[in-house]
Design a protein around this ligand. Structure first.
Ligand code: IMP
Length: 338
């Protein structure tokens, strides 16, 4: 069997995504129980119990989701499409758990000033970070305020130095991989998520950069979270996995004797509400109950992966460098059968 290192996976001739690879345990693990595996991390100088960040989408992160994720030791990035930001600015609801907010390139100066003065992480939420407008917005914010800035998204590492030079503290990696994203279909742009993460990871290593890496899009289960972190991401950003929960904005809908919630792309018609170029879909997903259940499942899955991989903490998981590339049949074999 060929065991691949990150370097070799990065040179694999086809672009890879999460279902194309798996982690291979190659050592006798010293971890007696998965509770010994520690998933804590420091992300943008904040302590997280689990490096999970919610997508700044209007069906994923409102104030309630941000507050709950904060309690669970994760990070919610408030969306910029509904009234959440206004509520936050007028402090109508409890805001103590909101540490990160998204803004657009045209968001008013006074809003950014207020958010920065409250110590918030600012996420410049765009489809393509590789744009002079995004870079100059980032530069402007970093020059004027003492705020941490997340930019995104990128598909490869070729511009990572430019992003870091503009002051960006973290970057969202992934174009075309989101579960309600139609970018690749509409434009032909995008790379498999594993190859995207690795390309950026190696650009960062090679150039000695500090920018923190967020694997964003296409993460479907706790195993994908473990893979993304083992590949070199500092944190994962989740849309669909957190959508459909009690804390996600939107109503629970009863249809065909089942409970559902809406989940839609930020560039979908439902968000844009005008006849612009659409790069996102709108769908219904089964209602999942409280988000704590999803977070606990991720935490359990990740700690179990760490136990297999003989990793007491996430730094140790990153040091492991043993992956398999799966054929389609190997992937199918891994799935439970009815
Ligand atoms: P998911 O976790 O696979 O559902 O992906 C969530 C990610 O999809 C978000 O964090 C964004 O990066 C991306 N995304 C959100 N809305 C859109 C859209 O309308 N078009 C393309 N990508 C989107």
């Amino acid at each position: 069997m060929k065991i691949y290192s990150r370097e070799e996976l990065n040179e694999y001739f086809l672009s890879l995504t999460f279902d194309d690879i798996s982690l291979i345990p190659t050592e006798i693990s010293g971890i007696k129980s998965r509770t010994e595996a520690n998933t804590q991390t420091i992300f943008l100088e904040r302590e997280l119990a689990l490096p999970v960040i919610s997508s700044p989408m209007d069906t994923v992160t409102g104030i309630e989701m941000s507050n709950e994720l904060d309690k669970l030791g994760c990070l919610g990035v408030l969306n910029r499409f509904d009234s959440s930001l206004e509520k936050l600015l007028s402090a109508e609801e409890g805001t103590e758990g909101v540490h990160a907010v998204s803004v657009g390139v045209n968001t008013e100066e006074r809003i950014i000033e207020k958010l920065s003065s409250q110590g918030m992480i600012i996420c410049i939420d765009t489809a393509n970070a590789n744009n002079t407008k995004v870079l100059s917005k980032c530069e402007e914010i970093k020059k004027k305020y003492n705020a941490k800035v997340i930019v995104g998204n990128i598909a490869c590492g070729s511009t990572l130095r430019d992003l870091e030079n503009s002051g960006a503290d973290a970057v969202r990696i992934g174009i075309g991989g989101g579960s309600v994203c139609t970018t690749s279909i509409q434009t032909g742009i995008g790379i498999g998520q594993v190859s995207s993460i690795l390309d950026v990871y190696f650009a960062k290593q090679k150039e000695g950069l500090k920018i923190e890496l967020i694997a964003d899009g296409g993460i479907k289960n706790p195993g994908d979270v473990a893979k993304a972190l083992a590949l070199g991401a500092d944190a994962v950003m989740l849309g669909r996995m957190l959508a459909g929960t009690f804390e996600a904005p939107g109503e629970v809908i009863k249809y065909n004797d089942q409970l559902w919630k809406k989940y839609r792309g930020s560039a979908s018609f439902g968000v844009k509400m005008k006849n612009e170029f659409i790069e996102g879909e709108e769908t219904m997903i089964p209602y999942k109950g409280h988000v704590v259940n999803v977070i606990n499942a991720i935490s359990d899955g990740l700690r179990s992966a760490m136990s297999y991989m003989n990793s007491f903490n996430l730094d140790e998981l990153k040091e492991k460098n043993t992956f398999a590339v799966l054929s389609n049949s190997s992937y199918l074999e891994r799935l439970p059968k009815k």
